[in-house]
Design a protein around this ligand. Structure first.
Ligand code: TPP
Ligand code: SF4
Ligand code: MG
Length: 291
């Protein structure tokens, strides 16, 4: 595979307000490096309503708009139309929305935009809960995880929604999963997304130290283990075709779970059940990739 040079340009500036070790901040750095200067970004309500800093200052060095929680897909559609009317077909329109703003409350606007195949890159920054408001469960929260609304005595009963399959079923041209633990892979997929027109969907898994109850220095290690345990496989869906990246150094899900306080209440039986589900999901993906 061609070697990727990640540019030294930094468009996430000093003084941002993310927690120490925030996985999303590393993801944002990479995203902004990949996008370059000719891009605009929409932020539906999330931790990223706070992280850039107080107006009139911002640590995000490309033009950006703070938008209503539900409106990521709609705001980006309007922005694209406005740029096109001005004759600017070059500036890339992007959305950076949380899992709550994508899997749950923003799904309708995103679905409408994807069905119209609106021309933007939508990045779902998935930290698996509503973190900005104090770690409430979302449809992206994993099975049996602790959150403040799914306490350890009654952890989340439902599996994570398969947002990639939902987006692929909108017949969009491109969707991909990424984490900051695989920066070259992340960068390569962003570069590919930039070359395609229409709705492109990037699913970024971002460990969150306070919400996942992990030490801030373990963010990247845990993101890597998410991939190696096949809890979060890396793959692309190009025009409906699944392209799966086989991870050669796989580990049992236990290795991933045991480092995180949000799974601290799990019994051995719970862990076996999670392993079984991860194996079944992997088989399901493999089947799709072989079609
Ligand atoms: C209509 C509406 N409901 C609720 C809120 C409060 N709110 C702001 S951010 C947020 C959580 C966002 O969660 P997510 O999209 O996962 O992003 P994260 O904070 O985890 O980055 C909520 C509930 C809001 N801003 N607007
Ligand atoms: S709460 Fe989590 S996602 Fe939000 S800034 Fe802190 S580490 Fe990042
Ligand atoms: Mg979230």
């Amino acid at each position: 595979m061609k070697r990727i040079e990640i540019p030294s340009i930094e468009n996430l500036g000093h003084g941002h307000l993310a927690c120490a070790g925030c996985g999303a901040a590393v993801g944002m750095r990479l995203t902004l490096k990949a996008l370059g200067e000719k891009a605009v970004m929409v932020f539906p309500a999330s931790c990223w309503s706070i992280i850039p800093g107080n107006w009139p200052h911002s640590s995000i060095r490309i033009p950006h708009i703070h938008a209503g929680f539900v409106t990521g897909g709609a705001t980006a559609s309007g922005l694209r139309a406005a740029l096109d009317i001005r004759g600017d077909h070059e500036t890339i329109v992007t959305v950076w929305a949380g899992d709550g703003g994508t899997f749950d409350i923003g799904l309708q606007a995103l679905s409408g935009a994807a069905e119209r195949n609106e021309d933007f890159i939508y990045i779902c920054n998935d930290n698996e809960a509503y973190m900005n408001t104090g770690t409430q469960r979302s449809a992206a929260t994993p099975f049996l995880a602790w959150t403040t609304t799914t306490p350890a005595q009654q952890p989340k009963e439902n599996p994570k929604k398969d947002i990639m399959a939902i987006m692929a079923d909108h017949r969009i041209p491109y969707a991909a999963t990424v984490t900051a633990a695989y920066p070259e892979d992340f960068f390569r997929k962003m570069e590919k997304a930039k070359r395609i027109r229409g709705t492109r969907f990037i699913h970024l898994l971002s460990p969150c130290p306070p919400g996942w109850k992990i030490p801030s220095e373990r963010t990247i290690q845990i993101a890597r283990l998410a991939v190696r345990s096949r809890v979060f496989p890396l793959y692309e869906i190009e025009n409906g075709k699944y392209i799966l990246q086989e991870e050669s150094r796989t580990v049992p899900v236990k290795e991933y779970l045991r480092l995180q306080g949000r799974f601290g209440h799990l019994t051995e039986q719970n862990i076996e059940e999670i392993q079984k589900r991860a194996d079944e999901e992997w088989e399901r993906l493999l089947k799709r990739a072989r079609c």
